[in-house]
Design a protein around this ligand. Structure first.
Ligand code: GMT
Length: 381
């Protein structure tokens, strides 16, 4: 098939899922065309069957804001026609689903049918999408998509309760390529901690929703009981808040921010525990990646996280802001070698459910259904 994939190029989960999905489809022999405003973080354009198309924005002084959605729909039309795309799969509703609707209409005028699949990732519904400034346009473009998917059951419920959706919503969970996590690579552990220390890790784009302050607060409590270090992977607006807390508690020698890393897998392998205290998380891909590397997770219990992190099995889920509880849970896991070993095994085992091998065929089936115009089930509500 010839597949168009529209996504954000940044390190956020939606872009990662879109990129990994496209690369897997390309491996299976499909022609995949990525469309974004810059090269997606994990995209390997040297792989066969992959082409990247950059959205070109023309700066014009009249515009205070450049019309990105317009440029995006125009490029979608061009690529669909030039390469004869069978389906367009857009990740993140804003503005991708909206731009796809416009592209679909332009193509229709030209006698071309382009089925559109929209995958909702979370903040496009739970934070940004429901704001009155965007809500009608988001609701409209979801309803106009030929197929709609969400990355968790929880996000499906959120979507149904936030919007008036007339389309069935199909849940296809986020996934990981487990083979990438199999190899530990060179051991980096001694770079981060002494032999008798545990390593805690947090990976995110350090936005407010990630509650980085809870990561530091939790770690501060843990390190009082257990010799440990904290690695923070990622960059973002809340790093300054984190730094203030690190300074307040005198943790400068115990917390290390490595920024954005190329090989996340090898750094995850050195960790003993992943902290994810987010105030909102439709799935928690970062937690799944940690689990695939055999790292148990102590997280909040919001959104889709409990669908991934099984309480008492792969880690613990606690109410948002309960740093005492999170620290207690972390200590429970970390203080005993045998307990830690069990949690690590459980985490790795559960991650297998979300292996790309299990998830990919579900997307492939949808692509075929989109092309054939198959109607999927009942609308929500
Ligand atoms: O939360 C982020 O850091 C980025 C965000 C995005 O849209 O790229 O992630 C969302 O999509 C991911 C992939 O589907 C999910 O795993 C994340 O849980 C979700 N983030 C939130 O809901 C806050």
């Amino acid at each position: 098939m010839k597949i168009g994939i529209v996504c954000y190029p940044t390190y956020g989960g939606s872009g990662i899922v879109a990129t990994e999905l496209g690369m897997e489809m390309a491996k299976k022999g499909h022609q995949v065309h990525f469309i974004s405003y810059s090269l997606p973080a994990r995209l390997d354009v040297t792989l066969p069957n992959i082409t990247f198309h950059q959205v070109n924005i023309q700066e014009y002084e009249l515009f205070h804001y450049q019309p990105y959605s317009l440029a995006l729909s125009t490029l979608m039309v061009e690529i669909a026609q030039q390469y004869g795309l069978d389906v367009m799969h857009v990740h993140y509703a804003i503005p991708h689903a909206y731009a796809a609707y416009i592209a679909k209409q332009i193509l229709k005028e030209k006698g071309v049918e382009l089925p559109v699949i929209t995958t909702l990732h979370g903040t496009d519904i739970t934070l940004v999408g429901k704001h009155p400034v965007y809500k009608p346009a988001v609701e409209f473009s979801i309803n106009q998509s030929d197929i709609v998917t969400t990355v968790s059951e929880s996000l499906k419920q959120d979507t149904c309760s936030t919007f008036n959706i007339r389309k069935p919503i199909i849940v296809i969970e986020n996934f990981i390529d487990l083979s990438l996590f199999a190899e530990e690579g060179p051991c980096l552990r001694e770079k981060f901690a002494k032999k008798d220390e545990r390593i805690l890790i947090h990976v995110s784009n350090l936005r407010k929703v990630k509650r980085i302050e809870d990561v530091i607060e939790t770690f501060n409590l843990v390190q009082k009981k257990i010799k440990s270090k904290l690695i923070i992977v990622g960059e973002g607006p809340e790093w300054q808040t984190a730094q203030q807390l690190i300074h307040k508690y005198g943790l400068e020698d115990k917390v290390r921010n490595v920024g954005k890393v190329k090989n996340l897998y090898s750094i995850l392998h050195v960790a003993d525990l992943f902290l994810l205290p987010s105030s909102q998380e439709s799935f928690g891909l970062a937690a799944l990646e940690a689990m695939a590397a055999g790292v148990p997770v102590v997280s909040s219990d919001v959104g889709g996280i409990p669908e991934v992190n099984s309480h008492g099995v792969t880690g613990y889920t606690l109410p948002v802001g309960d740093v005492q509880g999170m620290a207690q849970a972390a200590i429970e896991i970390l203080q005993d070698d045998q307990v830690l070993k069990k949690f690590k095994e459980n985490a790795r085992e559960r991650s297998q459910l979300f292996d790309v091998k299990n998830i990919l065929p579900r997307y492939e089936k949808l692509y075929h259904q989109a092309v054939e115009g198959v109607k999927n089930g009942k609308a929500c509500g």
